[in-house]
Structures are given as C-alpha cells and as structure tokens.
Write a protein that binds this ligand. Sequence first.
Ligand code: OSB
Ligand code: MG
Length: 368
Amino acid sequence: MKIDHVTIRQLKMRMKSPFVTSFGSVQDKQFLIVEVKDENGLTGYGEGVAFEVPWYTEETMKTSWHILEDFLVPMVLHKEIGHPSEISQLFRSIRRNNMAKAAIETAIWDLYAKQNNLSLAKALGGSRNAIEVGISIGIQPTISDLYEKIDFALKEGYKRIKVKIKPGLDISLIRAIRNRYPDIPLMADANSSYTLEDYPLLKELDQYNLLMIEQPLAADDILEHAKLQQQIQTPICLDESICSYDDAKTAIELGSCGVINIKYARVGGLTEAKRIHDLCKENNIKVWCGGMLEAGVGRAHAIALTTLSNFALPGDTAGSKHYWDEDIIEPEVEVNDGYIQIPNEPGIGYRINYPVLERYTVKQNEYK
Ligand code: OSB
Ligand code: MG
C-alpha cells in the first residue's frame, strides 16, 4: 500500500469529570488524531494519546507532534508499505517515542483492514464477538464520591473495579471499600508511587483479596518488582514498566509480575502489543487491555486488540459516555452489562463523526 496524504490534528476535549491519579489530574484532554489516506482516497485513523504533561511516560502531546512531523510521517509518506506489521521495524531507528509511533502505526492498521475489507479485530487475528470490560476510577475528593462511582459502575455492569491508590490513601481506602463491597472483583493501581521500602504496607494489602496490584514501584523498574513479588501474594500487574517486547521478556524471566496491562500506545503500536500478548500467552502470564482516557479512535483500536485470545481479564476500556459528553466516533462505544460488541465493519468499525472532530480541533497540518 501507499500513503499519499497524512493529516495530524490536535484536539482539545473536556472530560465529564477530572481524572486524578497519584501524579496529576486531567480534565481538558489534548490529544492527536492522525489520518492516513491512500491513492484511492481510503482513510485510516489513529490516536496520539500522550498527555500534555509527562507524568505517565516521558512523552507529551507536543513531543508526539514533533516526532510525527519531523521523523515518522516522512518515513511512510509515498513509500511502498507491504503490511502494517512492518511499520514497527521501519521505525526502529527512532528510539522510544512509542505513543507517537503508535498514533500512525494504528492508523496504517486501520487503513490496511479497510483496504482488505476486514474488521481490524480479524486483521489482528482476534476471534471474540464481544469483550468483557472493567472500569478505572480515579482518586475522588471523598470516600462517598468514590462509593457513588463504584455503585454506578456496578449498576452499569462493569466486570471489575480498579481504584487508584497512593501513599497515605491506600490501606484505609481499600479496607473501607472491602467492608462495603466484600466480593466485587477489585484491584488497585499505584501508578509508581511506592518504593521497596514500603514493602510492609504493600504486604498488608494481601488481606483484601485484590485481583492484583498495578505498578506499585518505579515506572522504569523491573528488578525491584521481582523482589517485591517474591514477598507478597497479590499478583503484581506491570503497566508503566513494560514499553516493549524485551521489557515483557525481562519481567517474565525475573518473575516481576503475574499480569501485564497491555496498552498498544505505551509499546509503540498494535504489532508490538500483539507480540507481547503472544509472549505472555506462551508463558502463562495473564494480560488485559489498559486505557489512556482515549477518545473514540484510540478506544476502537484498544477494543480490536482485546479480541485476541489471551486478553482473559476485563480491561479499562469503559464506554464513551463514561468520559465524554460526545465522542468523535459514531456509533459511540457502548457497554451493555459489562460487554462491548465487536463491530464487523471494515477497519476500526466505527465511523468518524466529522462535525464533532472538527469542533474540537485546535490545530491541524497536512503532509503530502
Ligand atoms: O495507569 O492505567 C493507568 C489513565 C491515564 C493514564 C494511566 C492510567 C489511566 C487509567 C484509566 O487508569 C484508564 C482509562 O480509563 O482509559
Ligand atoms: Mg496503570
């Protein structure tokens, strides 16, 4: 295939409520939408999910724009591309910048699937017709706000609840949740806010029957997570630490985790995400699909990825209306009784809602 035309758009969309973690808060979300167009005018879309502030990984929305414009777009524009699975190799001379890479790699996957009249899920080798989803609830102003959010999520049918913890808001929070909801599938995400010295506290969490604890230690650590995992029963799930297939291999060999949260954007695209999925499958490591507070395009890619067989645990890909008053796709992503139905239409399977896309676009550039 050949890409004749690329458009990068910067969007600014207000989330229904601020999402708060141990490191910061997002409400006015800025992100990128990349459109690739072939010689027949067929288009594919990807989302650049890096935040404005580099609190989660080192990338930001602005670094993504720079890396796309100055390096990645020129590497694919007017070049003969055999298959989208070759793109990550093509980008290997550019170090890291995985979210920038994923923004255009996923767009090329969408375009490829459309050219071949296949759903993206099928093109990736997925087989499910529906996926089970959970929900991630950010840090709330008060415990009663948190209860309200959990009650609502359970009523909507979400299959597991994830809450954020941080030093000072951990044991007492989890104890309170467990007292009120003794049996719900529950997990906690620390977003790298502890150190190995907090071991006694993390050990104490073992009594609360958590499905897992996500990313307790540093974002770039794999070794100390292995030391911690030896001493606690609750499975560790790695998120920030796993940026590539090689990271996943290291973590598995060291015994750093029992579970991996796969985000295609954190690892540079769908091809690398699938490789990590396959590696985990061979090694009996469970995986689930994480989220980056995506708008519809990024969400659609996550949903397609989740149809692969080893995504055995519910992910964080909640429905559009959990985040947005209006999403940039139609139909919006809908969750019924904790399930999302996989669309059969070619590509990501959701159409772009152009009036909405344009309303939220604050900057745009074309490359041809
Ligand atoms: O750590 O998984 C995380 C949101 C932004 C950045 C990092 C994380 C999250 C979430 C929410 O937990 C995921 C979502 O609902 O998209
Ligand atoms: Mg996380």
